[in-house]
Design a protein around this ligand. Structure first.
Ligand code: NAD
Length: 361
């Protein structure tokens, strides 16, 4: 056994179907009484259901519902939410939604010290991380701070039934990407390795089932379980090329988060493959139809999902390839394989064109 360090992120996790009904008791046991509910404009319906459930407990008085959560946590939205928070004298925040809404909950909690209970409804995994990315005037900054980590995470499989089929697929592959990079992280350790393998196994089996039947309870349950494990990987170890590339593509070109992760993942893995044989073996074991080749296994998985395969299909122009290369190379970071400009350009070109990933970069 190699030497390792392991850091866990303490949070309380509740998993099941219908668990939204347990939120009132969770707040009461924490001596909290006045939650501000957070959501996006698209999820007001689920947030109102939560408000009604909370209103049914005599020890709670809902402070209000703020429904302006948006992608990449813009600070102007956070500032408006802060005003609502202060004006209503809320004593905690409860976020219900995907990574965007969790991000707003984190931004409010880290600024005010208020308790954050989150109810994730996608597979993005933000709820398990002490990481917060925020945008101010188009500039994105990211910080990692234990105070960012939500205190309680309530996973309710029933709430994920409304996640559209395409977003279920890309969000699930976004989660798989956390586990893939955890397997070759600089600070990889036996615990995150176990979580990563089990997370990929659960999601790789569930996502094609969801593509065929988005209302499948068992597949929804397995996918959310896998997303929890993969999110724990993201919160536990450092990420590398894949996440940096997606961050650069999102930041420089405004490409959508989960869709970009989905297109780039097999190509980023192909780039790193020569330097990470143990991770390649571990992934090949848990990807159905891999035939012992993790890159092939990812290609097979994506073939079975309702996802776009090229960055050009997400609105990126061919002329933007060099801009993307510059953005990807602009800030140095650790990666198992040295970052070389020409192969990175070819990686981005293949991802742009939607070619299947190949291990010859
Ligand atoms: P999202 O939160 O932006 O959600 C996408 C859309 O789907 C929204 O309109 C949302 O309301 C809707 N939606 C979510 N769940 C739904 C459901 N069950 N039913 C119907 N509609 C639903 O997307 P995301 O991919 O979850 O999150 C992306 C954001 O999260 C990005 O800003 C990304 O940077 C951030 N993120 C942060 C971390 C972290 O650790 N800090 C990790 C992952 C993602």
């Amino acid at each position: 056994m190699d030497a390792f360090e392991y850091q866990s992120n303490p949070s309380r996790v509740i998993f099941g179907s219908g668990t939204i009904n347990r939120v009132p008791d969770e707040l009461v046991r924490l001596n909290l009484s006045k939650p501000l509910i957070l959501c996006t404009p698209q999820q007001v319906g689920q947030a109102e259901t939560l408000r009604d459930i909370l209103a049914g407990n005599s020890k709670l008085a809902v402070a209000g519902l703020f429904s302006e959560a948006a992608m990449h946590t813009p600070v102007e939205v956070t500032d408006r939410a802060l005003e609502r928070l202060r004006a209503s004298a809320a004593d905690c925040v409860v976020s219900i939604g995907g990574g965007s809404t969790t991000g707003l909950g984190k931004a409010l909690s880290v600024r005010t010290g208020l308790y954050h209970l989150t109810i994730p409804t996608t597979y993005a995994g933000s709820e398990m991380t002490p990481i917060l990315g925020e945008t101010d005037g188009g500039r994105k900054t990211t910080r990692s701070d234990p105070a960012v980590l939500p205190g309680t995470v309530v996973y309710d499989v029933a709430l994920t039934l409304t996640l559209p089929a395409a977003l279920s697929a890309t969000s699930g592959v976004n989660a798989i990407a956390h586990a893939v990079e955890a397997l070759y992280a600089r600070n990889a350790n036996p615990v995150t390795n176990l979580l990563a393998r089990e997370g990929v196994r659960a999601l790789a089996a569930a996502l094609p089932e969801l593509a065929a039947d988005p209302s499948s309870g068992p597949a929804r349950s397995a996918a959310l379980y896998g997303a929890w494990l993969c999110g724990t990987c993201l919160g536990g170890v450092g990420m590398a090329l894949h996440h940096k590339l997606c961050h650069a593509l999102g930041g420089a070109l405004g490409l959508p988060h989960a869709e970009t992760h989905t297109v780039v993942l097999p190509h980023a893995l192909a780039y790193n493959a020569p330097e990470v044989p143990a991770a390649m073996r571990a992934l090949a074991e848990v990807l159905p139809g891999s035939g012992g080749d993790a890159i092939h296994g990812l290609n097979v998985l994506l073939d079975r999902l309702p996802v776009k395969r090229g960055l050009k299909d997400l609105g990126m122009r061919e002329a933007d390839i060099d801009r993307a290369v510059e953005a990807a190379l602009s800030s140095p970071y650790w990666n198992p394989r040295q970052i070389e400009k020409e192969p990175i350009r070819e990686l981005i070109r293949r991802a742009w064109a939607g070619e299947p990933a190949r291990a010859d970069l």
